[in-house]
Write a protein that binds this ligand. Sequence first.
Ligand code: SF4
Length: 74
Amino acid sequence: MSAETPLERPATPSGLCATCQHAQRITSARLSTFVRCGLSATDPRFLKYPRLPVARCEGFRPATDLAGPQGHHI
Ligand code: SF4
């Protein structure tokens, strides 16, 4: 019998979701971390809570795409 506490549980690597602009990271009251896929709201191919880690995904978009062309003036 082991009393595992959330703080002792290793974090689950979320794979692609960790750097995807569609991912919303959620931490429960018990300190478990989930990823909610924003694409699931509009595309049934994507699970609301994908099984982690996600190694390949058609919907993956790097979060850096959100940065836009800041600093570039035409
Ligand atoms: S689109 Fe794919 S990689 Fe991005 S959050 Fe959803 S499941 Fe994860």
